[in-house]
Write a protein that binds this ligand. Sequence first.
Ligand code: AMP
Ligand code: ZN
Length: 493
Amino acid sequence: MTDPTILGPTIPGKKYDAFTDLSEFIQAHDLHFEMYNTKTRTIEEFHPITPQTVGLYTCGPTVYKDAHIGNLRTYISEDILKKALMLYGYTVKHVMNITDVGHLTDDADEGDDKMERSAKELGLDAWHLAKIYFDKFRQDFESLNCMDPTLWASAAGHIPEQIRIIQGLEEKGFTYTTADGVYFDTAKFPQYAQFGQLDVENLQGGARVALSDEKHSVTDFALWKFSRPDERRQMEWDSPWGKGFPGWHLECSALSLKYLGERLDIHAGGTDHIKVHHTNEIAQSESFLGHPWCNYWFHAEFLVLQGNVKMSKSSDNFLTVTSLKKEGYDPLDYRYFCLNANYAKQLTFSWEAMDAARTSYQRLKKRMLELKKSAQGARGSWNDAYLLAFFTPIFHDLNVSKSLGVLWNLLKDEAVSDADKYATALIFDELLTLGLKDLKEERKELPQEVLDLIQERDGARKNKDYAASDRLRDALVALGYTVKDTKEGTQVE
Ligand code: AMP
Ligand code: ZN
C-alpha cells in the first residue's frame, strides 16, 4: 500500500476534452508548424520523429518551496507550445519531472541539497516536504489553466534508472570518481561547448582557484554524489560506488529515456538551463546512447522585476500565485499578462502592468458574455479569415501576443455576426485557455461598507440632499467602484 502523504514515482495527468479538429483548415491553407530551436539558433519547421506524435519533455519544479510567478511564466509558455502542437493535430506525449532530490544550492555541484536544507528548516522530512510542495505546485499550475503532462515523474522514484545510466557511461569510459562523487568527464564529449555556445577556456580560467583539485575541469559535473561521512541524509541510496544520491542533471535524461524513448522530439525549460543543465543532459544522454538524442530545444525567457532584477527562489523578491490572490488578482489575470508578451523575450513585472492586464482581461470576459447573450444559443461557425490571422502567428514560433490582437480585432469587427464571433473566439480560447467558454455573469458580493454607503446615498437622493449624495458617490469611487444612477437606485460595478 503506497503512502498517500509522500510522492509516488509517477502520477498520471488528468484527461482533457479533445481539441477542435482543424486539419482541413490547416491543409487548405498549407500551414506549417515552425518554432525556434536553440540547437540551431534558428526558426525551423517542426518534423516529429513519428508522424502525428510528439514526445515532449519539460523540466519541472524543484519542490522545496512554492513556485514563484517567474517559474510559472515558463510553464505557461510551455503550455502554449503544447496546445499549439495539439491544435495543429499532433498527439503530444508529455512528461514533466518533479525534482525531489539532488538539486544543490550551487550549480558547480557544491553546497546543500535544496530539499534536505528546506526540510530541516521547516522541521519536516524531505519525503513529506516534496509531496506538500508538489501538491501546492499542481494547484498553482491548474489555477493558471496549464494542462497536466501525460505523466509526472519524480527523481527519487527513479534511482535504479539513473544508476543504470551511470554504469553505461562508466563502461564507455566517460566517468571518473573523486572523494565526493562520480563525475562526467566533459573532455570525452568533444562537442560539449556547442549547444550552450560556451567559452570553456574562459570558464576554466575564471574557476582555476575555486576548482576542487579532484575535478578535472570546471565543466565536469556530478552523476552521483556520495553522502558526506559526517552527515546522515534523509534521501540516500546504495549504489555500486557508495551510498549517496544522483546528480541533478541525471533525472531528466533518465526520465526522458524511460518514458519518451531514445530519440526525443522536443525538450523545454527556462533559458537559464541552456548553459549548464541542458548542456549536461545532452552530454550524458548522447554519450550513453551513442547517438543524437533530442531534435528541438525550446527555451522560455525570464520574468524579471523592474531594474532587470531576476526573480529567484533563493531571494526574497519572489511573488507567488497566493500573493497575487492576496492582492485581489485572479490567477488568470496573470496568464493574460504573460500571453501579452513574447515567450522569447524577458517580461518585466510591475503592479501597474498587472492592473492593465486585468482590465483588458475583464473587458474581454465582459465582451464574450455580451456575445453569448446576443447570439442567444445560435450556433455560429468559425470565421476562416480570422482563424487564419490568429493561427498563422501561432504556428510561426508562437507569437501569442499578435494573436491576442487578432482576437480583439475580431470582437470589434461589425461585419462578423455575434454568433460567428463567439464561435471563432471559443476556438482561439482552446489555445489561450482564458476560460472564455464557461463565463458566468459575475454577481459580486459587495462588502457591507459599500452596501451601507449605497443605502445612505439612496436615502440622501430621496431627500434631495444632493451635497450628501455627491459626497457618498465620491466615497464609493474612492473605493474603486463605478457609480450609476438607475430607477432602482444607486448601482455600482
Ligand atoms: P526550479 O523549480 O527552480 O527548478 O525552476 C523551474 C523552472 O522555472 C525552470 O524551467 C527554470 O528555468 C524556470 N525559471 C526560474 N526562474 C525563472 C524566472 N525568473 N522567470 C521565468 N522562468 C524561471
Ligand atoms: Zn531538466
